[in-house]
Design a protein around this ligand. Structure first.
Ligand code: SAM
Ligand code: SF4
Length: 334
């Protein structure tokens, strides 16, 4: 499936729910979260059908996200259905990890192979501050469970924020002794976490740490600690998305940098997004959305296909530094 800028689009990110067991300050308000009603969110059957039609058009990879995808009832059976959809080769999930210790085995049995676990700080106090309600040990247990269950790869995604004062070297070192792939993601001032600070974060553009600067910070800290510097990773597996990968010599895992703001990777964009309420978003940073829910509830497969193709045709060539959107990440499906 090619868009109007010649890019191959083969990746669908689906938000299974706008609900979450955390309340991260850059993602959701503390209280008064305006949750979608049961009728508003796509049913699991509707999602399965959407994936089937999308796979017919050439989608080969699906990522399940949210909100927190693991709080969606029946997620295991959805994983099973999606992994068995003809044409789908990769199914992955982005999660805060809290429910993995109890769910990882079933998810693996259902066919899930790849997980990304979000973890922004290794300091328990700071973790509580960022997630408002979460406990560091729960997400760390989720990472342990993911490795023990044999997911491959297991990636740890950390959003970097200047005013947070995170220990970036400690994060990078997680990649040394275990096959963990740590990825640093530039904070995106989207939704209500922008400079108005409605979500309580009060973070803005000034909090974006460009990846090049971050690499320098980590290498400087490594030098002070008597460690070798990060070097470009030898064999970055194909299909690993828009990160630039590095590694410490002899490490089991890698350290990646994802730079949505300092290095636009729009030219390599391969994705469409689906919100929990059935809107196709051609671009994370644009509020231009296409409603596929109606077609899924009474329309034919051709009508579903038509909405997908309309959204495909509306993919912009670049986000042109416009990063503000009306909806926060939990609603869009970060
Ligand atoms: N609940 C799951 C989780 O946290 O992994 C999946 C959904 S969450 C919205 C997906 C990812 O978006 C997380 O890694 C989170 O850190 C990231 N995210 C949320 N708001 C963000 C922001 N303003 N800038 C950058 N990343 C953000
Ligand atoms: Fe929940 Fe993920 Fe948003 Fe945090 S980032 S509030 S874990 S959806």
């Amino acid at each position: 499936m090619k868009d109007s800028h010649g890019r191959t689009i083969d990746y669908l990110r689906i938000s299974l729910t706008d609900r979450c067991n955390f309340r991260c300050i850059y993602c959701m308000p503390e209280e008064g979260v305006c949750q979608l009603g049961h009728q508003e969110i796509l049913s699991l059957e509707e999602i399965e059908r959407l994936v089937r039609v999308a796979a017919d058009l050439g989608i080969t990879s699906v990522r399940l996200t949210g909100g927190e995808p693991l709080v969606r009832k029946g997620v295991e059976s959805l994983v099973e259905a999606v992994t068995h959809t003809p044409g789908i080769q990769n199914v992955s999930m982005t999660t805060n990890g809290v429910l993995l210790p109890q769910m990882a085995d079933d998810l693996k049995a259902a066919g899930l192979n790849r997980v990304n676990i979000s973890l922004d700080t290794l300091d328990a106090e700071q973790f509580r501050q960022v997630t408002r309600v979460g406990r560091l040990e729960d997400t760390l247990a989720g990472i342990d469970a993911a490795l023990e269950t044999g997911f491959k790869p297991v990636k740890v995604n950390a959003v970097t924020v200047r005013s947070l004062d995170q220990d970036f070297l400690a994060f990078a070192k997680l990649s040394v002794d275990r096959p963990l792939h740590v990825r640093f993601i530039e904070f995106m001032p989207v939704g209500a976490s922008d400079s108005t600070g409605v979500n309580g974060a009060g973070w803005g553009k000034q909090d974006v740490i460009p990846s090049d600067e971050l690499l320098g910070i980590i290498n400087e800290r490594a030098r002070e600690a008597g460690m070798p510097a990060l070097r470009p990773a030898g064999n970055k597996p194909v299909g690993w998305g828009p990160a630039q990968y590095y590694e410490f010599p002899g490490a089991q895992g890698t350290v990646g940098f994802i730079s949505p703001l300092s290095r636009h990777f729009c030219a390599e964009c391969n994705r469409l997004r689906v919100t929990a309420d059935g809107k196709i978003r051609p671009c994370l940073f644009s509020d231009n959305e296409f409603d596929v829910r109606e077609a899924l509830r009474g329309g034919t497969d051709d009508e579903v296909r038509a909405v997908l193709l309309e959204a495909l045709g509306a993919k912009p060539d670049d986000h042109h530094d416009k990063v503000g959107t009306e909806r926060g990440m939990s609603a869009i499906g970060g």
